[in-house]
Design a protein around this ligand. Structure first.
Ligand code: ADP
Length: 153
């Protein structure tokens, strides 16, 4: 079985992230959405709420699970029994970052392969930070989130 982890902050999880999961399932049998939590960084949406809302969103999809993780992504992938790290790329800037991350992760675990999917052109401007900013200025952010994803903000 081809299993990948899709690590990120997902603060919040956007239409862009959902598109990567949907298309990733054409490549992998199972995707673990790995919600990265840093004890020293609060984040915008509390980690517990990020997990709750995502588990609710994917509750009927047996090929997707949602887990919290702290520490090294490679360690988490190993604990999950995943052979792949799935990531998305929107721009050259993303690409450079992902290249560096993939290099480091390969050094930590050479059996772990990073697979990058290119963002859908219509979603390449969507980012969690943009959604947070829009919310800050009073916009309805649901347009940028999967329809059935409901955060208690
Ligand atoms: P991180 O904090 O690790 O950068 P994010 O939650 O911002 O995590 O994003 C997780 C992954 O999803 C990253 O690989 C990021 O490039 C990708 N991603 C974010 N937004 C989009 C989008 N609109 N389309 C495709 N991929 C995206």
């Amino acid at each position: 079985m081809k299993k990948a982890i899709f690590p990120g902050s997902f603060d919040p999880f956007t239409l862009g992230h959902a598109d990567i999961v949907r298309r990733g399932l054409q490549v992998f049998d199972h995707i673990v959405i790995a919600v990265g939590v840093n004890e020293h960084k609060q984040g915008w949406i509390a980690a517990k709420e990020r997990l709750r809302a995502l588990r609710e969103l994917y509750k009927d999809n047996a090929n997707v699970s949602v887990e919290r993780y702290e520490g090294l992504t490679t360690d988490f992938a190993k604990r999950c029994g995943a052979g792949f790290i799935l990531r998305g790329v929107r721009s050259l800037k993303d690409f450079e970052y992902e290249l560096d991350m993939a290099d480091v992760n390969r050094q930590l675990d050479e059996n772990l392969e990073t697979v990058v999917l290119l963002a859908h052109p219509e979603l390449s401007a969507v980012s969690s930070s943009m959604v947070r900013e829009l919310h800050h200025f009073g916009h309805d952010i649901q347009t940028w989130l999967p329809e059935n994803l409901n955060y208690k903000l």
